[in-house]
Design a protein. Structure first.
Length: 387
């Protein structure tokens, strides 16, 4: 163990600073935005794929989708060595609400809105997501609000104002609320559970919610043998739009914050436009391209004011040494379940004898510990200090 104190008690000459892995800092800075962009782009492809499964029973089809996604996500958790964490009462309520609003009802709202007014109307309404997330994040900077407004303008231009009826508008507004719930309900869960567990647990809970609703609404007609195209569409939703997109999005939130991450929701209509072109549903028009350009400009404006020092990055905020590798905080029931800077209520993790604690520093306290590689927020784990 390298110490900064000599045997006589005099300060030792500072050693060389720990070197980063090649491209480490830059890779961390780009990872969160890249994940958020990829996740929202994949969510945007849902609109085009929904047209393929439009004739399949809604609730039964979505129950199948989340059943497949839950199996895949649980397999990812097992392969990652993540043990099951029993949710506390508040966490269980948040997970159920996330599964109900952020997963089940969101997809039902999008499908029903598309049936009434096509994909244009829900796309235009969902364009308000960046602005709303920027406003609910506390005290957003004028730069962030301005960037969100540019993104909303771009998404509205790219999708048009639509020509749906009143039910279509109401379903679209429901989709907007559910999309906000998909992010905001997950924020307090991610520090302890991580992206993999939050995605897996919420997908598992969504299955009985959709299956029960389908049974009440359609009876035995809630399920039927899908055609080849419907099976491909449901599989795409389960693997790409759910498993991959959820992991990307939930791993990005702790890294860049939901206010900044919300800017990337402007890529939802971009994903819809690209999917429509790939599936032969129509080539992008000039307003589509201008809208995409505005979306990209708004995201660039918003990200221009989010640079942080490495010590203050959201990833380091999750690196609470008081947690064990599984993300379980020590102590009894009185301990804060989130215990970190993200919750704003985490306790102090200063070592006894440190100057901050009011005691005399000992060689062990001022020694420079070796650190294990920081775990990704995807696992909900924390940095461990090795002796």
């Amino acid at each position: 163990m390298n110490a900064n104190v000599t045997s006589t008690g005099s300060p030792a000459r500072p050693g060389p600073e720990r070197t980063e892995l090649p491209g480490g800092r830059g890779r961390r800075e780009i990872r969160g935005p890249a994940q958020a962009a990829g996740g929202m782009f994949l969510v945007g492809t849902l609109a085009g794929v929904s047209g393929v499964i439009g004739d399949y029973p809604v609730y039964g089809g979505q129950a199948l989708r989340y059943l497949v996604a839950a199996v895949l996500l649980l397999a990812v958790a097992r392969a990652s060595g993540l043990r099951f964490l029993r949710p506390r009462l508040r966490e269980a309520a948040l997970l159920v609400a996330l599964a109900l609003f952020g997963l089940a009802l969101f997809n039902v709202c999008v499908i029903e809105a598309t049936r009434h007014g096509g994909p244009v109307l829900p796309g235009a309404v969902l364009g308000a997501v960046p602005l709303v997330l920027a406003l609910v994040g506390g005290r957003p900077s004028p730069r962030t609000v301005g960037a969100a407004a540019v993104v909303v303008t771009g998404t509205t231009l790219a999708t048009g104002l639509g020509s749906g009826d009143l039910p279509g508008l109401l379903w679209s507004l429901g989709a907007l609320g559910c999309e906000l719930a998909f992010t905001l309900l997950a924020v307090p869960l991610l520090p302890r559970f991580g992206a993999v567990r939050v995605s897996a647990y919420s997908s598992v809970l969504a299955v009985p919610l959709l299956a029960g609703t389908g049974w009440l609404a359609d009876g035995t007609a809630m399920l039927r043998a899908p055609s080849a195209a419907e099976a491909a569409g449901l599989a795409y939703q389960a693997v790409v739009v759910t498993t991959v997109a959820f992991l990307l999005w939930y791993d990005a939130l702790p890294r860049i914050g939901h206010g900044t991450a919300g800017l990337f929701a402007g890529l939802i209509p971009v994903g819809a436009i690209v999917t429509g072109a790939v599936l032969g549903l129509g080539a992008p028009t000039l307003p589509d391209l201008l809208g995409v350009a505005l979306v990209v400009s708004g995201i660039a404006i918003g990200l221009g004011g989010t640079h942080r020092s490495p010590a203050a990055s959201p990833r380091d905020a999750l690196a609470d040494p008081s947690r064990d590798p599984a993300g379980e905080p020590p102590g009894g029931p009185g301990d804060d379940p989130y215990g970190g800077p993200l919750s704003g209520t985490g306790g102090s993790s200063r070592a006894a004898g440190s100057p901050a604690a009011g005691g005399a520093p000992s060689p062990a306290a001022v020694a420079v510990p070796r650190e294990a590689p920081a775990s990704s927020p995807a696992t909900g784990a924390s940095v461990r200090r090795l002796p």
